[in-house]
Design a protein around this ligand. Structure first.
Ligand code: MG
Length: 370
């Protein structure tokens, strides 16, 4: 298909309450949406790198400018029949996986919509249903967290992920495990620990029978994660460290993880995400899909990816109402029975931005025509 038009928007979506992790606090989610058009059909993609370069080296400002200045001018007016065509047009640029994913996910959205296929089918998903877990960020008090966990357990979530950081880790886990001895938990460290200076803490995580410890060490590291995995029993899950299929190949080579969290934004788009899914399946490594608190567009994209059969651990995706008073999309993201995200048969992503709602949160925009 020939790309006739493109549009990019940077949006700021206020959260109902701030999201607190090892890298700080976000009161609003800054995201980037890209629309591509061909023959009168239009579709939106999204990549959500957060406001500041705290989760990864990319920021929403950077993603917006990289797409506007470098990526989209190389796509508009081009014949792009397959994901490889998109990659070959933008692959000359180093890094910037979130920026590439913003553009590339719009290509998938448009291509699947034009073919009359829901995105999850276009990606090779087998059933339009994703089992999701529950996540809790850092709270003010342990009792607040215990109350939240009690609610999630009562609602039947299949697993609970806890954000940890220095000063909110071992003591918290002791209290959590004492109160909930059988619940499946894992911790996400968001690169907050050091193998050497934090060794006693890292070793202590083994006491809590965790499903995994997610991204304990630096976002640029693979080698020390491999060393940590040799020294602890809890499976190491890599998130920030895997920025594309090549990183994952290296991680497998040195056994740096037993689990991988796949986010289309972080790995440069859906084509790369599917490749990592296939590599994990072939290597016997557990894989699951994570999220970045995207709008309904991005959650629809992550959900479509998560329908691939090799994603076996419950995903990180949430109904719109968990974080937003008003999401951008119609329909909003709703779960069935609280932990099942069902995608349906609408062509494309299936969660379209409502023009007025998109307008209300847009802080920058640019349009292109061939
Ligand atoms: Mg993570």
């Amino acid at each position: 298909m020939r790309i006739d038009t493109a549009e990019i928007r940077r949006v700021v979506m206020p959260l109902i309450s701030p999201w607190r992790t090892a890298y700080g606090e976000d009161a609003a989610i800054h995201s980037v949406l890209v629309r591509l058009g061909s023959d009168g059909v239009e579709a939106w993609g999204e990549a959500c790198p957060l406001y500041a370069p705290t989760y990864s080296p990319e920021s929403a400002l950077g993603v917006y400018e990289t797409c506007r200045e470098f990526l989209l001018p190389r796509l508009v007016g081009q014949e792009l029949a397959a994901p490889a065509d998109v990659a070959s047009r933008i692959g000359i640029f180093k890094g910037n996986p979130f920026a590439k994913a913003a553009a590339e996910s719009a290509w998938w959205a448009l291509d699947s919509k034009r073919r009359g296929l829901p995105l999850w089918r276009a990606l090779g998903g087998t059933k339009p249903e994703v089992l999701c877990g529950q996540d809790f960020g850092v709270q003010d008090r342990i009792d607040d967290l215990l109350a939240l966990i009690a609610g999630a357990v009562a609602e039947g979530y299949p697993r609970i992920k806890l954000k940890v950081k220095h000063g909110w880790d071992i003591e918290v886990l002791q209290a959590v495990r004492a109160a909930f001895p059988k619940t499946v938990f894992h911790v996400d460290c968001n690169s907050g620990y050091d193998l050497h200076s934090d060794w006693e803490t890292l070793r202590s995580f083994d006491r809590f029978n965790l499903a995994m410890i997610e991204q304990p060490l630096a976002d640029t590291d693979l080698i020390e994660h491999a060393e940590l995995q040799r020294r602890i029993a809890t499976p190491v899950c890599l998130d920030e460290s895997i920025k594309g299929p090549r990183d994952f190949r290296l991680a497998l080579k040195i056994q740096a993880c037993r689990v991988v969290n796949v986010k289309p934004g972080r790995v440069g788009g859906l084509h790369n995400a599917v490749q990592i899914h296939n590599m994990a399946r072939d290597a016997g490594v557990t894989a699951w899909v994570g999220g970045m608190l995207e709008s309904g567009v991005g959650v629809g994209i992550c959900g479509a990816l998560a329908t691939l059969p090799g994603f076996t651990y419950p995903a990180d995706m949430f109904p719109s109402r968990r974080f937003y008073r008003h999401d951008l999309t119609d329909p909003e993201i709703e779960f069935d029975g609280r932990c099942h995200f069902r995608l349906g048969e609408r062509p494309g992503v299936g969660f379209e931005p409502v023009p007025e709602r998109l307008e209300a949160v847009t802080v920058a925009r640019h349009s292109f025509a061939a």
